[in-house]
Design a protein around this ligand. Structure first.
Ligand code: FE2
Length: 481
């Protein structure tokens, strides 16, 4: 099998050190309007004692921060002290079953292969990170967030929204913050085979839980993300079915408890933000969606922009470090729907099929009409062999094109959702921050691009003292300095 990601194993066998320092190695010019803190979460360590984790989602969450202040950049990174991390550090071996790794044959199940309350995974909190009401929340695939100090990244503990949720409340990794209203929405799936449903949460500007609604699902499907427009919460349901009983009773991993059943079809589930009640469902074929790009309403039409994949992608996150061996094609797709008549009026796709993921828009344009977005892609998609993200793509719905693409040099890999930072006084100017790993030199950097000319390559490179893990999701807090 051809290796399309030479030396990528070097990014998955790092022993990250916790550090905080002013970066001395900056090449190029950091745009002066970048004043704030960029955060990145991702799985950072894939071995404990002599056990190796199999799946990209299994590693312990580590947060990186770049604080742009006074013409300098401070880098800080720390592991999240999740319940899982603390217990396993203390005992020096795995304690909990992970997304793609089980330990039932490694010793007494009570020592190595625990589930939280015997029913769910104890999260390594390795997926996303969001500033929220003066604090910093880190999230995993399911379970409550933990709260960190936004400057030192020290873990403060589980965040239960002031006692409004409890530690088994299902809570997904992609809460949506509406900057105009100050509201936060999120969801969590209850995977009961008899009565699968999703919980939708709405928190008001002051952090009060305004409602928790239970919406029935046609099947107990894995849902990772959702969309928000000014009036609706939008879910793309794909028939990626989770057998929760198998996870709890048979010792299977979560990965092995998932089954793709495309014959059941995919749906858009549209919910009123105001009431939390279902408005309609609209069939949209039988593809899989991990991430949505953005949603908005215009002229009484709802636009739902998503990344559609031919099939699910979690099986391509293993076996570490040989990822994306058979990754399928995907595409950014725009659905325009008439909510009142439940009609799908128009479908448009952007002709970029190289397993795109981690889409990102300007925070100012979240829930609003917009043209531009950014995402990562894998140039060797369609060819069998391990591979990794090596393209940064700037796409434009106007003309439905992805003409502006940065191709990383050989043995360089891109990590983390590309984050757009807009120029405060020029709507058409901005920068994108993305992680860059040089596998040959085993060196880590953050690259800053002109958001509207990424093909030109980085305008600045922030070189780190030590390499860091490849991340998942990122965010930016424009601190008023
Ligand atoms: Fe995600």
């Amino acid at each position: 099998m051809t290796d399309y990601a030479p030396m990528i194993e070097r990014a998955f066998t790092l022993e990250p050190r916790e550090q905080s320092y002013v970066v001395g190695n900056v090449e190029g010019e950091i745009p002066e309007f970048i004043r704030g803190t960029y955060y990145l979460n991702g799985p950072a360590r894939f071995a404990r004692a002599h056990f190796n984790y199999r799946h990209w989602l299994d590693g312990d969450g580590m947060i990186c921060a770049l604080r742009f202040e006074g013409g300098r950049v401070r880098f800080t990174n720390r592991f999240v002290r999740s319940t899982k991390f603390v217990a396993e550090e203390k005992l020096g071996h795995p304690v909990f079953r992970a997304f793609g790794t089980a330990f039932k044959d490694s010793g007494p199940a009570s020592e190595f292969d625990r589930l939280k309350r015997s029913i769910m995974l104890e999260s390594p909190l390795n997926v996303s990170v969001y500033p929220y009401r003066g604090t910093l929340l880190v999230l995993g695939e399911q379970g409550l967030p933990f709260e960190l100090d936004p400057v030192t990244l020290e873990t403060r503990g589980e965040f239960n929204f002031g006692g409004q949720l409890n530690d088994v409340s299902p809570f997904a990794a992609h809460p949506k913050l509406d900057f105009d209203t100050g509201e936060m929405f999120n969801f969590g799936v209850a995977y009961s085979s008899a009565a699968p449903h999703l919980n939708l949460y709405r928190f008001g500007e002051g952090g009060k839980l305004l409602y928790r609604k239970r919406l029935p699902l046609p099947y107990p499907c894995s849902i990772h993300d959702f969309g928000l427009s000014q009036s609706y919460a939008v879910f793309y349901l794909s028939p990626y079915i989770l057998d929760m009983e198998a996870l709890a009773r048979t010792g299977r991993t979560l990965m092995d408890s998932l089954c793709w059943e495309p014959g059941r079809g995919s749906l858009l589930l549209i919910v009123s933000r105001e009431t939390g009640e279902q408005v309609t469902t609209i069939p949209v074929g039988n593809r899989y969606c991990l991430h949505l790009i953005n949603c908005f309403e215009k002229d009484r039409r709802l636009t739902v922009d998503v990344i559609e994949m031919e099939r699910p992608i979690y099986d391509q996150y293993q076996v570490v470090p040989d990822l994306f061996t058979d990754v399928c094609e995907g595409q950014p797709v725009r659905f325009v729907v008439d909510v009142e008549s439940s009609e799908l009026l128009k479908t448009t796709a952007i002709d970029y099929r190289l397993a795109p993921d981690f889409p990102s828009v300007s925070p100012r344009q979240f829930t609003k009409p917009y043209r531009h977005f950014w995402m990562l892609g894998i140039s060797a998609t369609g060819r069998r062999g391990r591979k990794f993200f090596d393209q940064l793509v700037h796409a434009d719905w106007d003309g439905a094109a992805a003409r502006d693409i940065y191709q990383a040099p050989p043995a360089h890999y891109l990590g983390g959702e590309p984050i757009f930072i807009g120029h405060p006084h020029d709507e058409r100017a901005g920068a994108v921050i993305c992680q860059l790993f040089d596998a040959e030199r085993i060196a880590g950097a953050f690259a800053i691009f002109d958001a509207f000319d990424v093909a030109r390559g980085p305008v600045a490179l922030i070189g780190l003292k030590d390499p860091i893990h490849l991340g998942f999701h990122a965010s930016y807090d424009p601190i008023n300095l």
